[in-house]
Design a protein around this ligand. Sequence first.
Ligand code: AMP
Length: 350
Amino acid sequence: MASRSRWPSTRSVLRLFNLLPSYNLSPLLHTVRHNGTVAAAAEVPESRKSPIQILRTAAEVRSWRREQLTKGLTVGLVPTMGALHAGHMRLVQSSMRMNDATMVSIFVNPSQFAPTEDLASYPRDFDADIEQLAAQDGDNRQVDVVFAPHVEEMYPNGIPLHIAEQKGAFVTVHGLSEQLEGRIRPQFFRGVATVVSKLLNIVTPERVYFGQKDIQQTVVVKRLVQDLCYGSVVHVVPTSRDANGLALSSRNAYLTEQTRQDAAAIYKGLQNAVMVYRQNTSAEKIIEAVVSTITEKFDKEEIEYVCVNDKDTLEELETVHPLKGAIVSLAVRVPNKFGGKTRLIDNILL
Ligand code: AMP
């Protein structure tokens, strides 16, 4: 068979935090108008007081960055879209361990959303994000600074969601963006590569952190960093999971209690892939193991894809070479509390 893929169908939150006069960091939904282009996007109102320094502009970030450089301090960057959970915090902890200073960016990036996707309704809770980031680690350290730019700062000429209407500079990582997630979300990795480039140009961190949860994103970003000669080192942090194995995701908030429980079958399927692989290196057999486990809880049609790919090239494999290993990745459309479906993605390394 030529194709082995399946395409069918502290909480030590600074006590100070609670004592401070009330401030409102809640995100607002905002419409950006620039040169005739319009895009709904998340915006954050100005905070009055915050337990963490919040920077809004590239100029502020560059000035902060210069200070760190002058003091000889290393900087780690953790790019996020907010609605932070323990998975994001694991990236933050990695950065805090490895760097003198850690910056977390919170920016819901319009260009990676198709017009049909959930940009307007993407979960946002800026107050809760700041509260989590203000929590100190075991060594009494906390995140140094948050970069929460407005859309105009990142896209000064506007950003229409329809790709055909987008003008200006965008970054595409050819050959790694079209398969897997890229097949379902054709503009996704162009949007990701573009915003990551902007962030790396603004922050110039020594290290930048991404989660294995979005494994194709890590492959795309590593290649972007190599090909465009960025000086930052990309670190990939293992996936954080619920007790039942479900990979933590901001979009899990869309699930019902029942589907959240049922979604445990996704990781069970991936674990079964590893068991099968120990006996059999055929991608077909590995995929069968995943599909048969997931279909104990979900319809076959809800599985968008299960694929076995090379870890660097993302080439689809028929057989896994034991010395090279592979990625098993999938997307499942899980019924949500709005009567629709939420796409969950996950993966495991062989
Ligand atoms: P997002 O806010 O969804 O764009 O995610 C920001 C970063 O957190 C990305 O590098 C994600 O891969 C990472 N991330 C999201 N969920 C998890 C998770 N469950 N475990 C580890 N990293 C994660």
